[in-house]
Each structure stands twice: as C-alpha cells, then as structure tokens.
Design a protein around this ligand. Structure first.
Ligand SMILES: Cc1cc2nc3c(=O)[nH]c(=O)nc-3n(C[C@H](O)[C@H](O)[C@H](O)COP(=O)(O)OP(=O)(O)OC[C@H]3O[C@@H](n4cnc5c(N)ncnc54)[C@H](O)[C@@H]3O)c2cc1C
Length: 416
C-alpha cells in the first residue's frame, strides 16, 4: 500500500479499517543470498538499498528483538555532516543528502527537520578550531557559518551569556543539520525493504556463525540454522560479541550512552545546540520535550540502562549553559549500547572471513550515518568493492596506523 494524501483520505472515509501492516512478520527461509544480522537503522537501510539499488532481494534481516528496539529507537535524533577530515566529510555529506530525499525514496514521513545544528565555542582557541573545521567543510562543498556571540544570542536567548563559567563566544552553524524522528526511520526502512522483497525476521537471535574452510555459509539462530552466501554484521553495540563468533577480536569497546527527555514545554529552542565546554547537547521535540544527552558511561557494558554519575555529569553541563533548565522536570531517560571504535570513526569493510562483512564502530554518531551507511554497506556487499566515500573505513587501519581521528584524542573511547 502506497502512502499518500489520497490513501489517507480514503482510509479516513473508511474508518481506518483498510490499513495493511507496514511490513510482513516473515518466518525465516532455509537459504538466502544475503543475511543481514541486526534490524536497526543500518541493517534495515542496507537491506533497502540492496533491493532498490542493486536488485538483490533474496535477503533476510535477522533481528533478535523487534525492529527499533536497539539504538535506532534510543538516540537523540541529531543529523549533521560537519566533519573536518577527508575520510569523514564526503561520507557524512552523502548521508545528509540521502536524508534530504529519504521520505520520497521510502514513501514514509520520517519528520526530517533541517532546523540547524550549532556547536558553541567558548574560547579563542576553540573559535579558531571551529573556523578551521567550517573552512574545511566549505571547501568540501558542505554548508557552514561561523557565528559571533550576538548572532547566537539572537537565536538562543535563554542561555547564560552574562556570568557563565564558560562564556559563550559564538558558534559554528550547519543550517542543513537537524533532527529526524528516529523510530520512524526504522519503520520506514523496514517497510521499504519489505516492499522490495526482503524478509524481516524479528525475535530471532543469531547464536553462531557457520564457517567452513574460511568462508561463512550461514548462521545459527534461536529459530534454527539458515544458510547464506553472504552474511553482514550490523549489530552496533553487540559487534564484538558477533565478531567473536567468527573468532575475530575487534578494536571496539561497548559503553552505555544515555538520553534524557523533559516534560513538554512551550517552544524554547528551534535548533540543535552542543555545548563546547563539556559534553552536553540539546534540542526540542515537536511534542515540546527537551531532548538532551552527554557523555558515555565510564566503564564497558552491554546493559541497556544508565547510571547516576553520568546523569549528574550531564546536568552539570546543562546548568552551566542554561541555568533555567534546573526548573524543568525530567520525564524519562534510557540507555543504549555504543560500539566505540578506537579512533572514533566507523568500519565498513570485509572481514578476514570470506563472505562476512562488518558495519560497526559508530560510537554515538551512527544515527546521522544511517542512510549513508546503508548505501555504502549495500554497495560493498553487492560489488565486493568499497564505496568511494567509505573507502577509508577499513578494518586494517588499526593495524596500519591510518586512523581517522576526528577529535585528535587517540584510542580513548570516552573522549571520542
Ligand atoms: C542515547 C543515545 C543517543 C544517541 N544520539 C545520537 C545522535 O543524536 N545522532 C547520531 O548520529 N547518533 C546518535 N546515537 C548513535 C546511534 O543511535 C547509533 O550509532 C546507531 O543507531 C547504531 O546503528 P543501528 O541503528 O543499526 O543500531 P541498533 O538499532 O542498535 O541495531 C542493532 C540491532 O542488532 C540487534 N542484534 C544484536 N545482537 C543480535 C543478534 N545476536 N542477533 C540478532 N540481532 C542482534 C539488536 O537487537 C539491534 O536491534 C545515539 C545513541 C544513543 C544510545
């Protein structure tokens, strides 16, 4: 069923009795050309682009829970392409361009909202670093504007400009950045992939990888073995666990990242803002809740829940930037498992096992990458060649030393 104003009107007159499920709840077949493990944003986007761009439709997405139960439904929904390094900029810009056409492509309202992203700076040195990043972006054809303090104040009047511990001097603005309703992305890609012929198999956990003579030939699951010519890992925070099933040890640590939503309030900010003197960022949802987050938890974990010290840390930064937040009630918070790579950049590559592909290391920036990641991973799986904009995301860069260290902090996941 195609969604349009006409289908909406038709269903309104019919009392909404004729809507069909957005996707089939498929039972696993015994054999596929491609199995994608992980029904998050990246796995579903990969399946959609395999079908729509490469004509590969004998594909299953195997998800241990339900579609949207992982990080795709837990993130703070920010999209942007304001990267500095050549290995990153073209990839994230491709992703942002795909976001701009996504709703037409998948025929689904994902509430793509290009409301801008502002990175605040609080010192001369930070301004210089942001000017450099903005210039690099503009040279690469990406939009960027360096704002002074009064321009920021005109856009964001509620912040503390007068007696702040870290005075706001200005900000780097990317107007094409913004936010997208995260679970609609999962649902929209699932529906589009299903329409393309892909089986989306939920409540099916992969418990082992079948490997014969150095080649992957299928997966073991809680619903029985399934054979496949190619197997693709897109399991985000569980990447190390799945890779270990193939005897691989990844340069990835898993950490929890928390998100917070306040009670609904009248419109206060109409853009996305990151604090430059601590780890804190905030935007406002269409329902009125302030959506914010901060740093990862300090220890490795596979638990999808947060802890109190990080809440305190995030709130300290929040209060330093926006003291008025102290009077707003927190409605809910939750955690997701981050696949933190050692240089803060992702991996889209073959593994040493023939037919086994890896999509991982997204740290806490993988939501914005969803369309680009799916596009490039599908290209790699279909052609066995890396997509040109993702060619730097090699697994062996951690051995060769060709790191893509956007923040320049080395192998310290908590600082990426
Ligand atoms: C609190 C928070 C805030 C964030 N904010 C942002 C943001 O603002 N902007 C941004 O760009 N990024 C953000 N991120 C990061 C982003 O959400 C992730 O990098 C991205 O969603 C990861 O890719 P995914 O959607 O495919 O992951 P997931 O949705 O986690 O998909 C992986 C799937 O694999 C499944 N799986 C795992 N093991 C198995 C198995 N054995 N068998 C079968 N299935 C399995 C899981 O159930 C899961 O559904 C945030 C993350 C969190 C938690």
């Amino acid at each position: 069923m195609r969604y349009s104003i006409f289908s909406l009107l038709r269903q309104s007159w019919a009392g909404h009795t004729g809507w069909t499920p957005a996707w089939r709840d498929a039972a696993p077949k015994s054999d596929y050309d491609v199995i994608i493990i992980g029904g998050g944003g990246h796995g579903l986007a990969t399946a959609h682009y395999l079908a729509s761009q490469h004509g590969i439709t004998n594909v299953a997405v195997i998800e241990k829970g339900h579609v949207g139960s992982g990080n795709i439904g837990r993130n703070t929904t920010i999209i942007r392409s304001n990267y500095l390094l050549p290995g990153n900029t073209p990839f994230y810009e491709l992703s942002l361009k795909l976001w701009e056409g996504l709703e037409q492509d998948i025929n689904y309202n994902a509430m793509v909202s290009q409301r801008g992203v502002i990175n605040l700076y609080h010192s001369d040195a930070q301004r210089d670093a942001y000017a450099r990043r903005g210039n690099a972006m503009r040279i690469a054809g990406v939009d960027a504007e360096l704002l002074g303090k009064e321009e920021v104040r005109a856009m964001l009047p509620f912040f503390n400009y007068d007696d702040a511990r870290f005075p706001i001097q200005g900000g780097l603005l990317q107007r094409r950045g913004g936010s997208v309703r995260h679970d609609a992305v999962a649902w929209g890609y699932a529906r589009a992939a299903d329409r393309g012929g892909v089986d989306i198999v939920q409540n099916c956990e992969v418990t082992g990888l079948a490997i014969e003579a150095g080649r992957v030939v299928g997966v073991e699951t809680t619903r029985g073995p399934i054979r496949a010519r190619k197997v693709a890992l897109a399991v985000a925070g569980n990447s190390s666990r799945l890779a270990a099933m193939a005897g691989l040890r990844l340069p990835i640590e898993s950490h929890v990242l928390q998100a917070f939503v306040s009670e609904g309030v009248k419109p206060l900010i109409d853009t996305v803002v990151t604090f430059g003197a601590g780890h804190f960022y905030v935007s406002q949802s269409d329902k009125g809740g302030l959506v914010f987050g901060g740093d990862i938890d300090g220890y490795n974990s596979y638990a999808q829940r947060g802890n109190l010290p990080v809440i305190e840390d995030v709130m300290e930064s929040a209060m330093a930037l926006w003291p008025g937040l102290g009077r707003i009630r927190l409605l809910r918070h939750w955690g997701g498992i981050m696949d933190m790579s050692m240089d803060g950049s992702p991996i889209i590559d073959h593994t040493p096992i023939e037919g086994l592909y890896l999509n991982a290391g997204w740290c806490y920036g993988g939501f914005k990458a969803t369309p680009g990641s799916g596009w490039c991973f599908a290209h790699l799986i279909a052609t066995d060649k890396p997509h040109p904009v993702a060619a730097a995301y090699r697994l062996d860069r951690f051995a060769t030393g060709r790191l893509i260290d956007e923040k320049g902090v080395g192998a310290q996941p908590n600082l990426q």
